[in-house]
Design a protein around this ligand. Structure first.
Ligand code: SAM
Ligand code: SF4
Length: 327
């Protein structure tokens, strides 16, 4: 039996936010002053997360992604990875990170069973990086990427959120940077979300516009789609290098959605952009057994919308910040 929603989309993938904290303050994700943090006791413990994953795996989950906030800020993260990698049915554990702590953590994470790493990298220019992340940590990110490659995380995926007038002149440089490291560059269309959402739809650069710029350097052709990957793939005819686009705004990929999210506070969220959540933490802490946890998964699946509403006539955006949901 497969775990599916009302629209017959099979759910195999859980993105887990392990913390709301972050060592960066990216302008599109976090207010400069940070966010009010919930007390630590409100966050799911490693044991609670592992329990949720093991019930989810029995239902049919096979892929986990650790995210946040910044996942590498959570103390003893390799321990959680080891716990998840021991769960039958989970065959991939990935992580999305800003990369600044990878020099220290790439090896222990690899040894614990982490399979893949995506590094967020919006710019290669130190001054611009300070403007975008409000931190002076680009050298640590670049070293972290090299150390992750050396630890065996090949290929890496680098993700850049593209903002009009801020970093949209760097697309070719970022793509070349990733290609030189045998890795893939993926460009994300900026989504207006949460408390940092200003009236900034015009900051979004669509895939179509990005392709125009990239074709100044690369001879790109579309790659056949892989339904489990939301990135639209393009490949460079000359070098074989691949570039991906996360086109949430211009061409959403909701029809092939296979995922659900677990917030750091233990909410099961059917969609990044849908404000409904099932309170899984109360189920666990209220003494619920595995059938109750399974039931919570099924309720969250039943809540899933057919598609996000960011492009609707009256758009609906997530009122929660990305870092609280686990982007
Ligand atoms: N801190 C980690 C990182 O930055 O990779 C993981 C969490 S972060 C919320 C996950 C991803 O969401 C990052 O790739 C980030 O660039 C992206 N993101 C954050 N806010 C966004 C927004 N408003 N629109 C599009 N992508 C966004
Ligand atoms: Fe932190 Fe990632 Fe959000 Fe940047 S995008 S503020 S690194 S959580």
């Amino acid at each position: 039996m497969m775990f599916s929603d009302r629209f017959n989309r099979v759910i195999t993938y859980l993105r887990i936010s392990v913390t709301e904290r972050c060592n960066f303050r990216c302008i599109y994700c976090m207010p400069a002053e940070g966010i009010a943090l919930v007390p630590k006791v409100e966050l799911l413990s490693f044991e609670e997360i592992a329990r949720v994953v093991s019930v989810g795996a029995k239902l049919g989950l096979s892929k986990i992604r650790l995210t946040g906030g910044e996942p590498t800020i959570r103390h003893d993260l390799p321990e959680l990875v080891a716990m998840i990698s021991d769960i039958d049915g989970i065959n991939e554990i990935a992580m999305t990170t800003n990369g600044a702590r990878l020099s220290e953590l790439a090896k222990p994470l690899r040894q614990a069973g982490l399979s893949r790493i995506n590094i967020s990298l919006d710019t290669l220019r130190p001054d611009r990086s300070v403007e975008l992340t409000r931190r002076d940590l680009l050298p640590a990110v670049l070293k972290g990427a090299d150390d992750a490659l050396a630890a065996g995380f090949t290929p890496l995926k680098f993700n850049a959120v593209v903002l009009r007038g801020i970093n949209d002149d760097e697309l070719c440089d970022l793509a070349s940077f990733a290609h030189e490291r045998g890795s893939q560059m993926r460009f994300i269309e900026y989504m207006p979300m949460g408390s940092v959402r200003t009236d900034e739809r015009n900051r979004t650069v669509t895939m179509r516009e990005m392709l125009e710029r990239l074709r100044e350097r690369f001879d790109l052709v579309p790659e056949p789609g892989n339904l489990s990957d939301p990135a639209r793939g393009w490949v460079c005819r000359r070098s074989g290098a691949r570039i991906g686009f996360i086109t949430s705004m211009s061409e959403h990929f909701c029809d092939s959605c296979n995922r659900m999210r677990l917030t750091a506070e233990g909410g099961l969220r059917p969609c990044l952009h849908q404000n409904a959540e099932v309170d899984l933490k109360s189920v666990i802490r209220g003494g619920g057994d595995d059938n109750d946890v399974e039931d919570a998964f099924k309720r969250a699946a039943d809540l899933k919308w057919a598609g996000h509403q960011m492009n609707a006539f009256v758009p609906i955006y997530s009122s929660k910040d990305m870092l609280r949901i686990g982007g």
